[in-house]
Design a protein around this ligand. Structure first.
Ligand SMILES: Nc1nc2c(c(=O)[nH]1)N[C@H]1C(S)=C(S)[C@@H](COP(=O)(O)O)O[C@H]1N2
Ligand SMILES: [Mo]
Length: 376
């Protein structure tokens, strides 16, 4: 077993750890807040109404979520490197000090474990790679809570040490000839975090798409919008192309079945709205169709009701979503029939899909078969 003094680099230690830790804490805070918001959008709670505008809100917050999570990776690596020798500190002999030591070690183990797994699975998810058997969304949420709690405990415990470390200067000159200085180590760390942010978010910045090497699905797809699950993958091709397709609309005053022609004969509206996937990619389109509120009005639905939409798709987690009343009240919450002025491509949800502002992509249900008014 090595001992702490076997790691002689003067760049490790509290001065580096405290500074990188501050940035890491900031990245975690952004990531946690945007992640919580994304979770609440998908699992709304009645006492906490969420904003329905600006339309691009989720596009921005989820972009920040993926960018801050990616930036946290190099920050966490440098932070772990800077404290690595502490792993080999011998426990004290005195029983009371030993207890304190063990508690601190356990809290650090939970902290490091949850942060590493959280960032690794999040990164894999943003790269659309799901090599595990567990439910990603649930695990990511639960682990986020564990990570947030253990970060708070850690900051509280280390505060005196952090204060002292931040009072010490960061020198520009290396302590040993030929070695980098602490200042240049920190600069390299900020730079790596900056590159990580750019590589994930630049796809959204015109002209910078080519540097967005870590961004997935940044523009390709029929009608200029990427596709996550195609009609073939969802096994809906036949049902969606059936000329006998009707949208079943159910509400307190009864039910009705509408063909695409019926829907096209109603008042048409257009809205420029993004598809903003949880994975971080997003793309805007001009959607045309009928307002959800106009359709549910046919069966006695009002803008005070929630509306659940269901897909023709038989299996899969995103076959259904519920549009809260605040969204139903908006004219740009659409049952879309067209994208960019053309009938929806089969992969974008033909014959009819939901598209609404300030919502996560997973909630923009494609290939609708049914719309139901749900009264609270
Ligand atoms: N029925 C159904 N709708 C769905 C999905 C799905 O798997 N099934 N995927 C959702 C996800 S995760 C996203 S990001 C958007 C993508 O829409 P697009 O393929 O038109 O870009 O559709 C959503 N709607
Ligand atoms: Mo998505």
């Amino acid at each position: 077993m090595p001992r702490p003094q076997d790691f002689p680099s003067p760049l490790r230690g509290p001065r580096t750890a405290a500074r990188v830790g501050g940035w890491l804490g900031a990245a975690f805070l952004v990531c946690f807040a945007t992640g919580l918001y994304s979770h609440l959008l998908q699992h709304p709670v009645a006492w906490l109404p969420l904003p329905t505008r600006p339309a691009r809100l989720y596009q921005v917050t989820q972009g920040l979520h993926v960018a801050s999570g990616t930036a946290a990776v190099p920050l966490l690596l440098v932070k772990l490197w800077s404290v690595f020798p502490r792993l080999f500190v011998r426990p004290p002999r005195a029983p009371r000090r030993l207890l304190g030591h063990l508690l601190e070690r356990v809290s650090v183990a939970v902290l490091v474990g949850s942060c590493v797994v959280q960032l690794a699975t999040g990164l894999a998810n943003s790269a659309q790679w799901y090599p595990w058997g567990f439910d990603f969304v649930r695990t990511h949420f639960a682990l986020g809570a564990v990570a947030a709690g253990s970060v708070l405990v850690h900051v509280a415990v280390k505060l005196p040490l952090v204060r002292a470390a931040l009072e010490q200067r960061v020198e520009d000159r290396p302590e040993r000839a030929g070695a980098p200085s602490r200042r240049s180590l920190l600069r390299m760390t900020w730079l790596s975090a900056g590159v990580a942010v750019l590589a994930t978010t630049a796809a959204g910045v015109p002209g910078l798409r080519r540097v967005a090497v870590l961004a997935v699905r940044s523009g390709a797809g029929p009608q200029g919008v990427p596709v996550n699950r195609s009609a073939v993958a969802a096994a809906v091709t036949d049902l969606a192309a059936d000329p006998g397709w009707r949208l079943l609309v159910r509400g307190p005053a009864g039910s009705t079945r509408l063909s695409r022609e019926d829907l096209l004969a109603m008042r048409q509206r257009t809205a420029v709205l993004p598809i903003a996937c949880v994975e971080g990619w997003s793309a805007s389109g001009t959607w045309g169709g009928v307002a959800v509120r106009d359709v549910v009005a046919l069966v006695g639905g009002t803008p005070q009701d929630d509306v659940t939409v269901r897909s023709l798709q038989r299996r899969g987690a995103y076959r259904e979503s519920t549009l809260p009343a605040a969204w139903v009240a908006r004219d740009d919450s659409l049952l879309a029939l067209t994208l960019g002025g053309e009938p929806l491509h089969p992969d974008h949800g033909y014959p009819c899909r939901l598209i609404a502002p300030a919502r996560s992509g997973v909630l923009q249900t494609k290939w609708l078969g049914e719309v139901e008014v749900v009264r609270a």
